[in-house]
Design a protein around this ligand. Structure first.
Ligand code: C2E
Ligand code: MG
Ligand code: MG
Length: 706
């Protein structure tokens, strides 16, 4: 655009101190449709140049005020880019050469022909047009390149170009942020050199294929090595695109991107882990265990070898969990998992099946004996106490059931069920131990779920009854009291002992109702017996599950009131584990009962983890020495434990009941140690109260005679 507003007609500024010449040039140029402006000297020319630079300048060199060279210098200084044709009159060759040096693009010597002038003007304008177009194009190119660079470098993905040998020819700066490499680090490096070792093979194949021409995008997931090894591994979706691009020598190039998918990979891995693992112990869960057993069975079938499935159930875990709290319980499970892992080999699968149940698959064993050995190792590993912070030494035992393929079944379901049955069989002994499934166990041992259902029904239908076992004076054999022991008249399975159902009753908390019912009927039975034996004491076993309830003390006191039973004649038997923490205000509760006159006995003393000095601080009146100590009485060593317990308990003024006294030598031995009370088959089996009371006089007579 020209200043006059006429589009596309080049504007020419003519500068000369000769007015006639100015006029004639103007006429000549205007005839050719140029827009013409004139200036009579260098000063006014500079003014016009400042205000509105023309498309072309025709400049006389010698002028009186500021001459042509001055104008050129001004233009140079202000970087004014207007083509200049200098008109030289009587000027020297040096002046012309100087003007050309100062930026003039052409020159014309006076006098000139009109044609000559027009040709020079057109030529200069054409040159300028070309230059402008060129400059514009370069600027556009630069802009577009900047834009591309911006897009490529700000791409969230790594963008790269490889040559046929898989070496980086280009890589954008994103690679620095994602992997720590500078672009220089990578140029000429092989892409395979930044692939993690375990993905090498996959990557080699992929890039080899990428080198061949394909019509579509190909992609692969690869782990790429970060520059510093300390960085965590990152995963990428690497894609290569079909391209016709080639390098200077005509060799085809591979264009690709690598998208960081680490977050997605990690969350996928976590979800996957979660689906197949127990998050507390990080062991495989039930689902994964079943998978593994399935695979192992198929394998064993093909190769004709044996395998073992084990059920490992912790004993008394629930009590610890309830009394010490779930945090300790969780930590104990983790610690147990670690111990168990220490007993198995690579290739075996240990899983947490749920709660305190673990399962173990030994996928290839020589025989049953090998499985039993592993189980023994497991039990042994649990012998050492667990220290989980605080001053608790925790002991857990386990019951282990083993099912061997193919004897115990050849399906996943059968093996798991049979290991479970064997485990329950063992658990019912009430001790830690191992049992291998044998077909005759079938039918005898109901499934746990079945047992649970049966128990609920039994409570409604009152299928329970209480037997009483005498507790006698160690010296005279005189009946001092009885312990209430529950029995279940199972409609199909006959009379069941507590070991067969108390664990399930505790797990399901049905024990709360069961123990309350037992306490109520025992209190009223013995209350009735007080008519003949007014001092007869009653000992009742109460589960920790009941004791930890807030309404426990009021419940007991309420029943005493309801039955009119003298509190001093009631002794409640609790387990040692209950006392090791005060998570449920146990001590306060026992103190309240004790204040009301109720006696507290610690049952099976010596099998748990309480120390005598500790018990002294608690409201405990009686220690019941576990029958395992009574049975090994007369051998060396073990006897010392009983001696020690009895003498210390006497020092602490606690009552002692020795349990499980079966033979006269045991009785004698305990009598000599000064054990005040005894209980055991020697004095009577658990029996209905009436039967027991009938025999009472017989005891009396027996002792009187001796
Ligand atoms: P416990 O309190 O230690 O009861 C003594 C157990 O030893 C009874 O087994 C009894 O029959 C047995 N026993 C007694 N004298 C001898 C003997 O001379 N030799 C041998 N080998 N055993 C003897 P039972 O009746 O099978 O009870 C087992 C356990 O079940 C009891 O151990 C007690 O912890 C629990 N229990 C029994 N009744 C109840 C109840 O009503 N509620 C709760 N929560 N637990 C109960
Ligand atoms: Mg007892
Ligand atoms: Mg006992």
């Amino acid at each position: 655009m020209t200043e006059s507003g006429q589009a596309d007609t080049p504007r020419i500024l003519v500068v000369d101190d000769d007015p006639r010449l100015l006029e004639s040039v103007r006429n000549l140029l205007e005839l050719q449709s140029f827009t013409v402006e004139t200036a009579p000297g260098g000063g006014s020319a500079i003014e016009i140049l400042r205000r509105a630079p023309p498309d072309l300048l025709l400049l006389d060199l010698s002028m009186p005020d500021l001459d042509g060279r001055d104008v050129l210098r001004f233009m140079q200084a202000t970087e004014l880019n207007v083509p200049v044709v200098v008109i030289s009159g009587n000027t020297s060759v040096d002046d012309v050469a100087g003007a050309l040096r100062d930026g003039a693009s052409d020159y014309l010597k006076k006098p000139y022909q009109p044609d000559e002038l027009l040709a020079t003007v057109r030529n200069a304008l054409h040159k300028k047009e070309l230059e402008d177009a060129n400059r514009n194009m370069r600027a556009r190119l630069e802009r577009s390149e900047r834009l591309h660079r911006l897009i490529v470098n700000n791409s969230p993905d790594i963008v790269f170009i490889l040559d046929r040998k898989g070496r980086f020819r280009f890589v954008n700066s994103r690679v620095h942020e994602l992997l720590g490499y500078s672009r220089q680090d990578l140029l000429d490096t092989r892409v395979l050199d930044v692939v993690e070792a375990d993905d090498q093979e996959k990557a080699e194949y992929f890039f080899e294929q990428a080198g061949r021409s394909h019509a579509h995008i190909r992609s692969v997931e690869l782990a790429l090595k970060p520059r510093e090894m300390a960085r965590t591994r990152r995963y990428f979706e690497v894609a290569v695109w079909p391209t016709a691009a080639s390098d200077d020598s005509g060799e085809a190039l591979i264009y690709g991107t690598a998208r960081d998918i680490t977050d997605r990979k990690e969350s996928e891995a976590f979800i996957n882990f979660q689906a197949y693992h127990d998050l507390l112990t990080r062991l495989p869960n039930r689902a994964l265990f079943r998978d593994r057993v399935d695979v192992a069975i198929a394998h064993a079938q093909r190769h004709g070898h044996a395998l073992a499935v084990m059920f490992i159930d912790l004993n008394r875990f629930k009590v610890i969990n309830d009394s010490l709290g779930h945090t300790i319980g969780d930590r104990l499970l983790q610690a147990v998992a670690q111990r168990l892992l220490g007993c198995i080999r690579k290739g075996d699968t240990l899983s947490r099946f749920g709660g305190d149940e673990f399962t173990l698959l030994l996928p290839d064993i020589s025989d049953q004996h090998a499985a039993v050995q592993v189980a023994e190792k497991i039990l042994e590993s649990l012998n050492t106490p667990f220290h989980l912070g605080g001053d608790h030494e925790l002991y857990v035992g386990a019951s282990i059931g083993i099912a061997i393929y193919p004897e115990a079944g050849d399906t996943l379901e059968a093996l798991i069920r049979h290991a479970d049955i064997a485990m329950y069989r063992e658990k019912n002994t009430g001790k830690n131990g191992i049992r291998v499934f044998a077909p005759e166990m079938h039918g005898n041992t109901p499934h746990r779920l079945q047992l649970e259902q049966d128990l609920r029904r039994a409570l409604e239908r009152e299928e329970f009854h209480v037997l009483y076992q005498p507790q006698v004076d160690g010296e005279t054999g005189q009946l001092l009291g009885v312990e209430a022991l529950i029995r279940w008249d199972h409609p199909d399975r006959g009379v069941l002992g507590p070991a067969e159902f108390i664990p399930v009753a505790e797990d399901t908390r049905l024990i709360v109702d069961l123990d309350r019912a037992t306490l109520r009927s025992a209190l009223s039975d013995i209350r009735a017996a007080h008519q003949c034996s007014p001092d007869l004491r009653l000992a009742v076993n109460l589960s920790p599950v009941l004791i930890e309830r807030d309404d426990f003390v009021d419940g007991v006191l309420g029943l005493l009131l309801e039955t009119g039973f003298p509190a001093e004649l009631l002794e409640i038997e609790i387990t040692e584990s209950l006392l090791i923490s005060d998570a449920h205000d146990t001590v306060a509760k026992l103190n309240r009962l004790s204040d009301a006159g109720v006696q507290i006995a610690v049952d099976d003393f010596g099998t748990g983890y309480s120390s005598l000095s500790y018990l002294q601080k608690l409201p405990v009146h009686t220690l019941k020495i576990d029958r395992s100590f009574t049975h090994t009485l007369c051998t060396e060593g073990e006897a010392c434990i009983v001696n020690a317990i009895i003498s210390m308990a006497r020092g602490l003024k606690m009552n002692i009941v020795a349990e499980g006294v079966e033979t006269p030598p045991q009785q004698d031995y305990l009598r000599r140690l000064g054990c005040p009370m005894m209980q055991g088959f020697l004095f009577g089996h658990p029996a209905p109260l009436a039967e027991l009371l009938q025999q009472e006089s017989a005891f009396g007579r027996q002792v009187a005679r001796s």
